[in-house]
Design a protein around this ligand. Sequence first.
Ligand code: NAP
Length: 521
Amino acid sequence: MTPAAALAEAFSNEPYLDFSKPEVWAEAESALRHVRTQAGREYPLWIAGAEQRTGDLLASNNPSHPAEIVGRHHKATADLAARAVEDAHAYFPEWARTSPQHRAELLARAAGLIRERKLEFDSWLVIEAGKTWPEAEAEVGEAIDFCEYYARQALKFASPEALVQLPGERDDLVYLPLGVGVVIPPWNFPLAILTGMAVAALVAGNTVVIKPSSETPIIAHLLAEVLHEAGFPPRSFAICVGSGSVIGDVLVEHPKTRFVSFTGSRDVGLRINELAARPRHGQIWIKRVVAEMGGKDAIVVDREADLDAAAAGVAQSAFGYQGQKCSACSRAIVDDPVYSQFLEKLEERVAAITVGPSEDRTNFMGPVISAGARKAILGYIETGKTEARLIAGGGVAPGDGYFIRPTVFAGVDSQARIFREEIFGPVLAVTRARDFHHAIELANDTEYGLTGAVYTRNPEKIREARETFFAGNLYINRKCTGAMVGAHPFGGFNMSGTDSKAGGPDYLLQFLQAQSIAQKL
Ligand code: NAP
């Protein structure tokens, strides 16, 4: 099917491969073997439409086996970072003039190329990001979905709804791209979030400078390969690997940077927002900042809930990808009459969780991303031991990787640090609430507001949750992770970010500006 014909069909989410099927597993193992033959390769930068090498290398490794170097990456200097912005600025007018239909078709082609190389992408996510196979597969599916969805959205903004036509006038609204966008993704969805942020901006007609996370730069190179092959012009995007602390400010502060699309921690997001707000010499616009940040997400379990479903949803949301999702459940808030019964069910589920190398498909949890992350999470676990009652986990799991056991604290007070601060690891705080109303109050007692869920069979309580649970993504009787493109536009309130709603119908507006044209007839 041609890309144009594919785009004429309605969007639907990418189906997942089932790794329990022997034939799928055999192919996955073979893809992983192939990918490992390339481990340790050197990756150049991609700036101003050409490869660049600085000789100053950053190594990315496999968190399941930290001695395994998976890639070596030339790091950009501050001068190269500035050059990346300047060249993207120089090329912008040419790219902005291409037709939205053409850009959307390139994106549909990119979706197809990722689809063809799915198991290869899965394998890199397993060995560079420490994802288990199903988590990797879900992420690759999400990246494909972003391409397919935003390609269709770009066509929608190219033919906006007709305006009121005043007598004797032709009145139009047209959407124009902004300019150069700096795209800064986190390591925890190094493909899906990077792809979503980059292609949304590109398909809208902007050029982008991508600064991948230093933990997961290979995935960014894979995306670059796909974009090149799909036909995106060499100068429409740059891949600028390097530490955020060295080149981050250069990219954000550059006067030719028109917008920053960031996903990551609260502190880095706030810093970017502040730096971007200050106009620099020669700058003629207010920079836009899209910042999607952290969470301290809660699941409320009511006395009228299906407790088995609730325990399953909490365990899945808290420990999937080792709790390293912004949407992860880090607080379970449980109604008093079912508190003990819920804890028993949860303990049973957590005891069955297997932890180990992520390439082994029998493990539900793999490693956390790095030695630094492990140290910080273990620090929170020690704090938790002084603040609450440890009922599961509480330390490292065996193996040479960065493994931490799924950890649950019960009886956590709402003033405890483990109730209030984002830990970003497999640590769950369970808190007792007096009743449903109090449970929602506790869930809202946070500076964040990203995801949340409620388990109850009572329609009145569902209504109350819909009206009062203050989270960008609210789920009823299901887990609070696993947002699907098109169905669950994603973004948080308060310190969780600017609520840009990735994967939703308005997302592309972040990267467009509307021009109103009135012509006297
Ligand atoms: P992070 O430390 O804030 O880093 C995110 C990105 O910012 C990385 O590419 C990082 O580069 C870069 N960076 C660091 N310092 C910078 C600076 N001064 N200027 C410009 N860029 C800079 O976050 P992370 O550890 O990668 O990701 C985990 C966080 O992301 C969690 O808080 C999680 O909740 C959040 N997150 C939010 C969402 C959402 O949609 N709301 C989704 C996923 C993750 P280096 O790697 O080179 O430092």
